[in-house]
Ligand binder design. Structure first.
Ligand code: HDD
Length: 713
């Protein structure tokens, strides 16, 4: 029996053993690896601190013998591994996070006493988690779904969590319906299909029976449900909240996040393809933007409704299926949020972060919105099973920067070693500490707004919550022509996947016909159903009839900052055209990637060797905002007989992206049977580049889509 240990694995170039080697290794790694391990230069040890000599072989009886239970090193490692997953979130399981800061523009103390909104010098750290709702942790980023937009403000007065979405309303009015809604939208229980989407019977069964969902469902069928990136989404607190100033005056507010990069979306075919070609599309984009210094930014603002104006609207401001049109109450900007640091560890930060709408600070208070009231219970409760006990506030990502002292002790996962004997209040053993802080004091304790309520204890929905269609109609009628077409197509696509015809018909006749008859007729036509001739309810007249602030056409940034352009090249390419484009893009804050037929370098017409960023197959057009083809007779000749390159351009064209064909690349028009348009530009002179950049800033060439479908733009 041989006791000889097999040869150790080859040492990597960087692995060192003696101290000098280690220092050298550290220096090399530091320069190479930003996300390097804290263990760099350290010995491999067990969790009990014992150095490990062999991490390759279980302790066995002989080289071929059975393994020994005695092997505490193997058992510790496998036991830990066996428990490495925690339950994923019931909803919003797939998410991605980033660190940053919030800074107030001014002292807003007339509105609120919350410190982070009254000191413009103060940078309050934040952690943001964006998410989809329906799919599991490993599902695609670009599915049609609502996006979560949850922000944890680590203020000096405690944590404030604003747990919102990228849509300003919600599917239901009362929290008691949330489990029903979630059961309906989740993959169906018998076969766990579909992953990540709502195009299935149980979802449409529920929403067609629950008219209060009509408004949110039309948002979910709009382009808002397929955002281009997390950086181009608006965020909304959804509910009405209260802000309270030092005098105790309360104002109702709706919270808003407006992205500096503008608000825009993918097109549906692109979203579907991306879900396969790059499941991580949104998280990768956010990650890369932060890594390269394109820090995403949002303006934080509020719509303010004075206490006495609570009842002046033709809807109830406590009803979470209603938004307040910006034309009625404009947004007052309060400050900005910048995301400038990626997490070090996905699990420890993004997965373990625990949000709760009940985490508020003095100066902010809840409204009586019955959906919000239920949420105040649900989030802490869910963390207790997801994070395994009541001490999740001690996890580093959840810990407030403000100190916390109270009599709460013990329980699972307690990491604080509490000292002292008095864990109750009042006490006289420890001088009475920790003590209450009167609300009236400077930096006073939290006090709820003393709202007067005089009513019966009942289970009842307020009559003021009963109009389910006016705002869905307002949304549809505020859309541009192409946005309306996308909504019609989305309803048709989703309902087309519903197997039961009576569910399709119910959605068309009892929901869509009450929103907009033309919408209902178009969808009915696409489903082969009889067109409804009237709704089941009388249309209410509400103001305004249109809200331009809801259309993404009006929400673009107007520039091309951070946009990504693919440059297609083969051997013989015009190198000067590439340099000129890159320079111009850089000046405009945009980026380019050079793509070749393979990942091998290409040689320019004047003999220079250019490294490429990837192959056209590896970085498909769906991952870019625009495509540029430089001249160079040989390069263009090669591309015009390369199926991948031709498909690249046709796909970008189909997805309505800006394309520029410079020099000899003009010939590709004939090869592809395309005509130049406002976004398909021929030439590379200053005028052509200007037109190309202008088309990128417009985000998509909508006229092209209208032309293809024969509809007026
Ligand atoms: Fe919720 C997670 C947003 C209604 C119960 N919700 C969750 C997250 C977001 C929202 C962004 C993910 C947070 C994160 O990134 O960890 N939820 C909303 C919005 C709602 C809403 C904007 C309506 C306006 N939610 C809502 C209701 C209930 C819940 C009515 C229950 C009564 N939500 C939960 C939850 C989750 C959650 C089950 C799952 C994981 C978690 O909380 O931490 O408790």
């Amino acid at each position: 029996m041989s006791t000889k240990k097999p040869a150790p694995p080859p040492k990597s170039e960087l692995a060192g053993t003696d101290t000098a080697d280690r220092a050298n290794t550290n220096a090399k790694l530091q320069s190479l690896e930003r996300f390097r391990s804290d263990a760099t230069g350290q010995a491999l040890r067990t969790n009990q601190g014992v150095k490990i000599a062999d991490n390759q072989n279980t302790l066995k009886v002989g080289a071929r013998g059975p393994s020994l239970l005695e092997d505490f090193i193997m058992r510790e490692k496998i036991t830990h591994f066996d428990h490495e997953r925690i339950p994923e979130r019931i909803v919003h399981a797939r998410g991605t996070g980033a660190h940053g800061y919030f800074q107030s523009y001014a002292d807003h103390s007339a509105l609120t006493k919350a410190g982070f909104l009254t000191d413009p010098q103060k940078k309050t750290p934040v952690f943001v988690r964006f998410s989809t709702v329906q799919g599991p942790r490993g599902s695609g980023d670009t599915v049609r779904d609502v996006r979560g937009f949850a922000v944890k403000f680590f203020t000096d007065e405690g944590n404030f969590d604003l747990v919102g979405n990228n849509m300003p309303v919600f599917f239901i009015q009362d929290a008691i319906k949330f489990p029903d809604f979630v059961h309906a939208v989740k993959p169906e229980p018998h076969n766990e299909i579909p992953t990540g989407g709502s195009a299935h019977d149980t979802f449409w069964d529920f929403v067609s029976l629950q008219p209060e969902s009509a408004h949110m469902v039309i948002w979910a069928m709009s382009d808002r449900a397929i955002p281009k990136s997390l950086r181009t989404m608006q965020g909304f607190g959804v509910h009405s909240f209260r802000l309270i100033n030092a005098e105790g005056r309360s104002s109702f507010v709706k919270f808003h996040w407006r992205p500096a990069a503008g608000t825009c979306s993918l097109v549906w075919d692109e979203a579907q393809k991306l879900a396969g070609k790059d499941t991580d599309y949104h998280r990768r984009d956010l990650w890369e933007a932060i890594e390269c210094g394109d820090y995403p930014e949002w303006e934080f603002g509020v719509q303010i409704i004075a206490e006495e104006d609570e009842h002046t609207f033709d809807f109830d401001i406590l009803d979470p299926t209603k938004l307040i049109p910006e034309e009625l109450v404009p947004i007052t900007p309060l400050g900005k949020m910048v995301l400038n640091r990626n997490p070090d560890n996905f699990f420890a930060e993004t997965e373990q972060v625990a949000f709760c709408p009940g985490h508020i600070v003095p100066g902010i208070d809840f409204s009586n919105d019955p959906l919000l009231q239920g949420r105040l219970f649900s989030y802490t409760d869910t963390q207790i099973s997801r994070l395994g006990g009541p001490n999740f506030h001690e996890l580093p990502i959840n810990r407030p920067v403000a100190p916390f002292h109270n009599g709460q002790r013990d329980a699972m996962h307690r990491t604080t070693i509490d000292k002292g004997r008095a864990s109750y209040e009042p006490n006289s053993i420890d001088g009475g500490w920790p003590k209450e802080t009167p609300a009236a004091a400077r930096d006073g304790g939290f006090e709820s707004y003393p709202e007067r309520i005089d009513a019966h204890k009942i289970r009842q929905r307020s009559e003021s919550f009963s109009d389910h269609f006016s705002q869905a109609r307002l949304f549809f009628r505020s859309m541009s022509k192409h946005e309306q077409e996308h909504i019609i197509a989305a309803y048709s696509f989703e309902l087309g996947k519903v197997e039961r015809e009576f569910i399709r018909a119910r959605q068309v006749n009892e929901i869509l016909a009450n929103i907009d008859l033309e919408l209902a007729r178009r969808v009915a036509h696409n489903l082969g159903l009889p067109a409804p001739t009237q709704g089941t309810q009388v249309e209410r007249k509400t103001k305004p009839e249109r809200s331009p602030a809801l259309s993404q056409v009006n929400l673009l940034s107007g520039d091309i900052k951070t946009r990504k352009v693919a440059i297609l090249a083969a051997n013989g390419v015009d190198g000067a055209a590439i340099s000129a484009l890159k320079k111009a893009l850089e000046a405009a804050g945009a980026h380019a990637k050079l793509l070749g037929p393979t990942s091998a370098p290409v040689t320019t017409a004047d003999g220079k060797v250019l490294a490429v960023d990837g192959s056209m197959e590896g970085l498909p057009s769906v991952a870019f905002d625009a495509v540029f083809v430089p001249g160079g007779a040989k390069s263009v000749q090669a591309l015009s007989t390369d199926g991948v390159a031709l498909h690249y351009l046709l796909e970008a064209y189909k997805h309505l992206k800006a394309i520029a064909l410079a020099g000899e690349a003009k010939q590709l028009l004939q090869v592809l049977h395309l005509e130049a348009d406002a976004g398909l530009i021929v030439g590379a002179d200053a005028k052509a580049l200007k037109a190309f950049f202008a088309a990128i800033a417009q985000h998509r060439v909508w006229a092209r889509e209208a032309k293809a479908k024969g509809i007026p733009a």
